[in-house]
Design a protein around this ligand. Structure first.
Ligand SMILES: *[C@@H]1O[C@H](CO)[C@@H](O)[C@H](O)[C@H]1NC(C)=O
Ligand SMILES: *[C@@H]1O[C@H](CO)[C@@H](O)[C@H](O)[C@H]1NC(C)=O
Ligand SMILES: *[C@@H]1O[C@H](CO)[C@@H](O)[C@H](O)[C@H]1NC(C)=O
Length: 456
């Protein structure tokens, strides 16, 4: 996904529909161009051995820099010369004229009643989120909408402190709770703590709703319990609300995601400091959200060119998921479900026209294979940075022990970058893509369960 940013005017959260046709046409063009560059006529980048090989061979060949010769006839080489010099602001890589066609559309319609009229005084909804920061964020967004559907007051969500990501921060240590409550006050009544109802402190009735529960599903399943018990706590609240909703409820979702959820001041300030340090290094920068952790690769069932060692290591991790089928790496790759490797991301960016001197901020967890895996990307783009390289240990200290705060810093930098690129379609990538929809050039190289295929 490559999302250059519309410069200036960051407050509106846009409605992509009107511009879909021209945008889609543009995307198709770019996609064709990218595919052509990658598969037909490799650019003559002599500084990188892998680039000299034909893209007609198996994609694994991209990872293989140990042998093989060029299968391309010399005449072709002149056709698609990828510039190696500096960037230019006019080549469409950092912005788009079509961006002006996008506009914010998260305001509610006049039919949307004030929360003061809707909220029943004896209905309280509590939720417990689940997963990493961005999965929890989607849960918080859905919880606001669920409370609205039920005419209930929402108690500020409890964050998941026990999952894999192990972060003991509470809501108010990640998000600005006062802003969250006040921004949404007309939509949903939100309180920090469960109050006494009728002079009595009620024990919440715990329950779990099915995944993708619709509006009717909430009214059928949760409302009766809420009316009877007054306080309901929904556990493991992730993806528990249907994607399709009334347009006013969908807009409420946008208001929560794009306006009501703000990080706390210390996180926001640190994130902006990192952006500022990137800008000191160059006028424009790319943020690359690279998911290439061992667990994610194992889950994909793909082969990444690391030989028997890789097959063995990922095979062991893969056993953790009892429900996975035996992997068929060739099929996964044919179906476009393998996340791009750091090298492939680098090749794609060079093919799109981003030049060697471009500065890239890499947002990522532990990369499988570490520096060795990143080396081919670094050869293509030597100016790679992370939050650890642009800040001091002391500056990062208040954040580094908390995975969600660290993820929040990456989120802010990706959001503030000139172009956003990702090799996956996970929660963070989707949320950022939504935020950046006021940009036009959207090439998504990730769709199914976070693994790439080409989709417009
Ligand atoms: C890499 O290239 C060598 C020499 O062409 C070949 O023997 C080997 O099988 C290739 N490895 C992969 C993973 O494609
Ligand atoms: C949405 O509402 C805000 C606040 O009332 C207003 O400033 C803004 O112009 C509205 N946006 C649109 C696109 O109508
Ligand atoms: C919520 O309140 C509105 C307005 O009073 C009403 O039309 C709707 O039926 C109520 N829904 C529930 C679930 O109580």
């Amino acid at each position: 996904m490559v999302l250059p940013r519309r410069r200036g005017g960051h407050n509106h959260h846009p409605c992509p529909r009107r511009a879909v046709l021209p945008a889609a046409a543009l995307l198709l063009l770019f996609l064709l161009a990218a595919v052509t560059l990658l598969y037909v006529s490799p650019p003559p980048l002599s500084d990188h051995p892998a680039l000299a090989y034909s893209r007609r061979r198996s994609p694994h060949a991209l990872l293989n820099s140990s042998g093989g010769g060029s299968l391309v006839e010399p005449g072709r080489r002149e056709i698609s010369r990828v510039p190696k010099g500096g960037w230019s602001a006019t080549d469409g890589l950092w912005g788009s004229k079509l961006a002006s066609k996008f506009y914010g559309c998260s305001n509610s319609s006049s039919k949307f009643l004030d929360s003061g009229v809707m909220t029943h005084p004896d209905r309280y909804l509590m939720i417990v989120t689940s997963g990493g920061l961005n999965q929890q964020r989607t849960g918080i967004i859905d919880a606001v909408v669920a409370a609205r559907i039920l005419n209930a007051t929402l108690v500020v969500p409890k964050l998941d402190q026990t999952s894999f990501w192990k972060d003991a921060s509470d809501f108010a240590e990640i998000f600005n709770a006062d802003w969250f409550i006040s921004f949404l006050s007309k939509d949903v009544r939100i309180v920090k703590e469960l109050p006494k109802i009728g002079g009595k402190l009620w024990a919440p009735h715990r329950m779990r709703v099915p995944r993708k529960c619709t509006q009717r599903c909430y009214l059928n399943r949760v409302l009766p319990a809420l009316v009877k018990k007054h306080v309901v706590r929904l556990t493991k609240f992730d993806y528990r609300l249907a994607n399709r909703l009334d347009s006013d409820l969908q807009k409420l979702r946008c208001r929560v995601n794009y306006h009501a959820l703000r990080f706390t001041d210390p996180i926001q300030e640190m994130g902006e400091k990192i952006i500022q340090r990137m800008r000191e290094r160059s006028t424009y920068f790319i943020a690359l959200h690279l998911r290439f952790e061992p667990d994610m690769l194992a889950f994909s069932g793909c082969y990444y060119g690391g030989g028997e060692k890789e097959k063995r290591e990922l095979g062991v991790i893969r056993k953790r998921w009892k429900t996975l089928h035996a992997s068929n790496p060739e099929k996964e790759r044919r179906h476009g479900r393998c996340p791009l490797t750091p090298e492939e991301v680098g090749l794609m960016l060079r093919a799109l026209g981003y030049r060697k001197n471009v500065h890239i901020y890499v947002a990522s967890g532990d990369i499988y294979g570490g520096a060795k895996t990143l080396a081919p990307l670094k050869a293509l783009f030597p100016n790679l940075h992370t939050k650890e390289t642009v800040t001091s240990k002391d500056e990062l200290a208040p954040f580094s022990k908390y995975s969600s705060r660290m993820a929040a810093l990456d989120f802010i930098v990706c959001d503030g970058s000139d172009a956003f690129v990702t090799n996956n379609n996970g929660n963070m990538a989707k949320i950022l893509a939504g935020r950046r929809y006021n940009l036009i050039l959207l090439i998504s190289l990730g769709c199914h369960h976070g693994f790439p295929c080409i989709r417009i």
